[in-house]
Design a protein around this ligand. Structure first.
Ligand code: GUN
Length: 289
């Protein structure tokens, strides 16, 4: 079997076009332009790249972007002051504080200071609680993108066994909640899980979000399973440039799986697209209040 390749780049383009259409409609009907504020503390190079992409794509779909860069020594008080001003700003519909934060800042403390109605990352405990109790919260963008990719190849998730490897607040836990809300039978695996390959072989849907390059091999996969690879790992190459790989050995697993996301070009591009969708949704909720 050669697995169907699930194209995250193409799907992200579809989502961005939907968002651009929604933004145009909101402008026409209510004269409102959705605005996203992105806060970056420090100079982490990977975060700088993500933030630059977020700003570019926000503007490309017709939304306003407010970009705040704070020094790595920023105090808790000045960061919380900025967030309070963004909470109060009626032109700002979504707020994203790029993680990780420098070690002296407590990310939970910072996230809890964001107005849940502007928490387009879906990280505030009010949104997390809503997700686990079947409400209509803002859902973290990477799992939301994964669900959309999954539904593009398997609309009927109900009753399927989904195994999620990874229990982070950004991916693993919200992914498990989303799958549970779709009536999948969900198992969350992590670094202490015993006999992970045997567990993964039971999965109709496998989501890998651990940050271990090409850890998942073909003999971990139930024939025909759908595999979503959230990992983005840079590995060394002979020419010194390095290469991006996922948590799944793509070539090997493609011989057994029914469908699989590549890296790059899988869940990665969907994350920002879903952030834009959440920001549009935040603006729509404000006007319908
Ligand atoms: N760092 C890595 N992924 C994310 C994300 O989805 N949101 C934020 N705020 N920071 C991140």
């Amino acid at each position: 079997m050669t697995a169907v390749r699930i194209d995250g780049t193409a799907m992200a383009q579809v989502v961005r076009a939907e968002v651009a259409e929604g933004v145009a409609q909101l402008k026409a009907s209510h004269g409102i332009t959705p605005g996203l504020a992105v806060v970056l503390v420090g100079e982490d190079p990977a975060s700088q790249v993500y933030v630059r992409n977020k700003v570019k794509q926000t503007e490309a779909c017709g939304m306003r972007s407010y970009h705040h860069v704070l020094s790595k020594d920023t105090t808790r008080e000045s960061l919380l002051r900025l967030i309070a001003s963004l909470n109060a700003d009626i032109d700002v519909h979504g707020i994203l504080v790029q993680l990780p934060l420098p070690a002296h800042l407590d990310s939970k403390d910072v996230i809890e200071s964001i107005d849940p109605a502007k928490d387009v990352d879906g990280f505030h405990t009010a949104n997390v609680g809503e997700l686990w109790t079947g409400g209509a919260p803002f859902v973290p963008c990477t799992p939301l993108g994964c669900l959309r990719l999954l539904k593009s190849v398997e609309p009927n998730i109900s009753g399927k066994h989904a195994v999620v490897i990874g229990r982070s607040n950004i991916v693993g836990r919200p992914m498990a909640a989303l799958l549970l809300n779709e009536s999948a039978t969900v198992t969350i695996a992590h670094s202490k899980t015993q006999d992970l390959p045997a567990l993964c072989r039971q999965a109709d849907i496998l989501v890998a979000a651990v940050g271990r390059p090409e850890m998942v091999k073909s003999d971990w996969i139930k024939p025909g399973a759908i595999v979503l690879d959230v990992g983005i790992n840079r590995v060394a190459t002979e020419d010194g440039k390095g290469r991006l790989v996922g948590d799944v050995d793509f070539a090997d697993v493609s011989a057994v799986a029914g469908a699989i996301t590549p890296v790059p070009g899988g869940p990665g591009p969907m994350t920002i697209a879903c952030l834009l969708a959440n920001t549009l949704e935040a603006a729509k909720r404000r006007v319908s209040q």
